[in-house]
Design a protein around this ligand. Sequence first.
Ligand SMILES: Nc1ncnc2c1ncn2[C@@H]1O[C@H](COP(=O)(O)OP(=O)(O)OP(=O)(O)O)[C@@H](O)[C@H]1O
Length: 300
Amino acid sequence: MGSTVTLSPLARLSGVCKRYGEVVALDGLDLEVRDGEVLALLGANGAGKTTAIALMLGLITADEGRVQLFDRDPRELDARLGIGVMLQSAGIPETLKVRELIEVTRSYYTSPRSIADCVALAGLEGLLDRRYGRLSGGQQRRVQFAMAVCGRPRLLFLDEPTTGLDIDARQKLWAAIRELVADGAGVLLTTHYLEEAEALADRVVVVNGGRVVAQGSVAQIRARVVQRRVRCRSSLDPAAVAAWPGVNAAVRDCERLEITADAVEAIVYRLLTEDPTLADLEVTRAGLADAFVEITKEAA
Ligand SMILES: Nc1ncnc2c1ncn2[C@@H]1O[C@H](COP(=O)(O)OP(=O)(O)OP(=O)(O)O)[C@@H](O)[C@H]1O
C-alpha cells in the first residue's frame, strides 16, 4: 500500500496538561503512536483517554505541552486527512442510507477505498441500502468502522470499537484491524474489553489520573503481576484458606473457591491434602485485566 516507515511517530503528545476548571484531566501526558502498530490506551473511567484522543484530533487544545499529528498541528486540515476516527458518540444522520454515508465520507479523501472494499472490511454485506437509523447497534458500529477506514487512513483512532458487537462481529473487526496494521497503518485503540487489547495491541499504555502509570508490550504489562489464580470446587472455608501462608486472597464464588497467590504450588498441594473431594482444579496466570487493576491500584 506504499506506506513509508517514518522516524517520527504518527501522533505525539509531549508533556501535555489539560484542565477543565478544577479538574485536571491530563497531567503531563507523553504518548506516541507509530506506523504499523496497535497502541492500546487503557485506564479506568475518567483516566483521561478521551481527552488525549480529542487533543490528537484537534478538537480541543492543550493548556501546556505539545500535540502533533504527522509532525503538524492537528487543527490543520491536511494533517486530519491522514486519520480515520471511530468515536463513542458518532452523531451520524439517521435518515441517510449506509451507501450514502460511506460515499459522503469517501468524498473528503484524495484516494479512498472502493465501496466494495469498505463493505468487505467492515462486514456490511446486504446493508448498503438500509437507513442508518434502522440498523441494530452492532450494525451501526460496523458502519462507523467503514466510515473510519474508507479514506485509507495512516492513523486510525478506535474508541471502544467493539462495544455492542457479538462475538462473531468482534472477531471479524479484529481481523480487519490486523489487516490494516499489516498494511502499515497505526491504530490508537481504547477499550474496556481487556481481551481486545490482548488480542490486538503491540504496545499498551495504562493511564491513571491523566498520567502514564505503565507501558510496554502486553506480556511486559502482564509480567508486572506475578499473581496466579487457583479455582476449584471445594467445601473448604474461604476464611480459613485466606489465612494460609502465601495466600493473598480467598473467596467463594457460588460453589467455587477462588484463591489468588504469588506462588501456587504449595497451596495446591495443601488444598488436595485437606479436601480429598476437591474437583475442577484450575490454575491460571493473571490476565491483562488483573495486571491493569493492580497497576492502577499501585499508582493510586
Ligand atoms: N468537557 C469537560 N468538562 C469538564 N470535565 C471534563 C470534560 N471532559 C472530561 N472531563 C473530566 O476530565 C477527566 C478525564 O475524562 P476523560 O473523558 O478523558 O476520561 P476517559 O479515560 O476517557 O474516561 P471513560 O473511560 O469514562 O471514557 C474526568 O475527570 C472527566 O470528568
